[in-house]
Ligand binder design. Sequence first.
Ligand SMILES: *[C@@H]1O[C@H](CO)[C@@H](O)[C@H](O)[C@H]1NC(C)=O
Ligand SMILES: *[C@@H]1O[C@H](CO)[C@@H](O)[C@H](O)[C@H]1NC(C)=O
Length: 166
Amino acid sequence: MEICLISLPFGHVFSVGSLGKKGTCQTVEHVHVSNCNFKGADNGMRIKTWPGGCGYARNIKFEHIVLTNTKNPIIIDQDYENVQNEDKKQTSEVQISGVTYRYVNGTCNSETAIILNCGAGAGCTDIFMDLVNITSTSSGSNVLASCNNAHGVAASTSPPVSCLSL
Ligand SMILES: *[C@@H]1O[C@H](CO)[C@@H](O)[C@H](O)[C@H]1NC(C)=O
Ligand SMILES: *[C@@H]1O[C@H](CO)[C@@H](O)[C@H](O)[C@H]1NC(C)=O
């Protein structure tokens, strides 16, 4: 599947999900997103899943992406709207694996350019990042990456994604 510039509700330019809503099982795989320009979006490359769901999202590749003034350029969120989830003890989750981000340039208007917030169950595995360069829209400010339970390799990235581990 080749995709570019899909408009989804809620101001997300591209997103995979919401997977696993209300305990359902869903699968998404072999998605290739390339040559996209994201301008002024809240979320750039987003994969979101609901806690308590099941299934998987795997083999998803984002490359040759340019983001301008984006709040969350790269975001994986496995705790999507957990606040609204009645049973917070649910541990099953949609498995995320094999996600590549390559040749990504852009500017971010928040502090955290890269968020890999994966669940404590399966977590996210085989995340690969290379040639990613995201800077702040405000000159002189730095941007950061943050991870929870995210596993993989970040080769050449700015900001550094040292929170990604094997
Ligand atoms: C990223 O920026 C560099 C330097 O400006 C440029 O050479 C490269 O083509 C850009 N990559 C993309 C995918 O736009
Ligand atoms: C990242 O992009 C900024 C802004 O375009 C540029 O100044 C910087 O040299 C780039 N860094 C790398 C490693 O390409």
